[in-house]
Design a protein around this ligand. Structure first.
Ligand SMILES: NC(=O)c1ccc[n+]([C@@H]2O[C@H](COP(=O)([O-])OP(=O)(O)OC[C@H]3O[C@@H](n4cnc5c(N)ncnc54)[C@H](OP(=O)(O)O)[C@@H]3O)[C@@H](O)[C@H]2O)c1
Length: 254
């Protein structure tokens, strides 16, 4: 095994990936499984999760993560079904409103924070005792460039707040849990094509907006973001904790 292979080898490790029924989460689950991990995949769409498990093995754990009362069932299901999780990738996320900030309904703000910020926190609390007893762990949250900069023309105030909150949570958990060798990081992607962003890419106006604002002359893909997730989950990232790593084709560098 080369040094590079060893650094990204997940043999024998148990991972939880949320948002694995599509997009980035599905890509991360596939790559972790392809590098040896046994992966518990989480999302609402059970058939999608079952199909993925048929392809990569592991365990399907259907759950609506926007309901804080249900999130606590995820980690026990994984530890019973696969064993103690050493890796948690919080990729599930979404928006509940497209309204401008002044008009965002309270329920949408609350649902956004529940799914994008509270669920990753609750899942981190859930995996903590397992990671502490194993003596190591890696948690990777998925935020967004909108947690760092405003995105003109696409109103997303509660989404931006939830994603920025992940960076604060990340730094705090990293400092509290470092003594247990549990690393906590966040990946902040720029735009890539997925179910969430599909409509933006379809229209001429949306795709030229994205091209104009992305210095690299390529379109981002889930796989471009998975590289950073794998690095942070694996031994390649063993000295990295508390960070928010931006993967955005240069959007925020301008
Ligand atoms: N695409 C982009 O340009 C972009 C940019 C920056 C950040 N991100 C972030 O990247 C992450 C992945 O998004 P994506 O672009 O890959 O979009 P996607 O394909 O729509 O994936 C979103 C995932 O989240 C899951 N999810 C949504 N609501 C959920 C709920 N209530 N409970 C459980 N799971 C739920 C969905 O599964 P179910 O529908 O089966 O529940 C799906 O698997 C998100 O956190 C997103 O905010 C995306």
């Amino acid at each position: 095994m080369t040094v590079a292979e060893r650094m990204l080898d997940f043999s024998g490790r148990i991972a939880i990936v949320t948002g694995a029924s599509s997009g980035l989460g599905a890509a991360a689950a596939r790559e972790l499984a392809g590098s040896g991990a046994r992966v518990a995949v989480v999302g609402r769409r059970k058939e999608r999760l079952d199909d993925l498990v048929a392809e990569i093995g592991g365990l399907a754990v259907p759950c609506d993560l926007s309901d804080p009362g249900r999130v606590g069932a995820v980690v026990p299901a994984v530890s019973e079904g696969l064993g103690p999780p050493e890796i948690l990738v919080n990729a599930a996320g979404g928006m509940f409103t497209e309204a401008r900030a002044e008009d965002e309904p309270t329920a949408a703000i609350s649902d956004t924070l529940a799914l994008n910020l509270m669920a990753p926190f609750l899942l981190a609390q859930g995996v903590f005792p397992h990671m502490r007893s194993v003596g190591r762990g890696a948690i990777v949250n998925v935020s967004s460039i909108s947690g760092r900069v405003g995105i003109p023309g696409i109103p997303q105030a509660s989404y931006a707040a939830s994603k920025a909150g992940l960076s604060g949570l990340t730094a705090e958990l990293a400092v509290q849990w470092a003594r247990h060798s549990i690393r906590v990081n966040t990946v902040a992607p720029g735009f890539f094509r997925s179910e969430i962003t599909g409509p933006l890419y379809e229209g001429e106006r949306g795709s030229s907006y994205l091209q104009r604002n992305t210095p690299l002359p390529i379109e981002g893909t889930p796989e471009d973001v998975v590289g950073a997730i794998l690095w942070l989950c694996g031994d390649a990232g063993r000295y990295v904790t508390g960070q928010t790593i931006v993967v955005d084709g240069g959007w925020t560098a301008r």
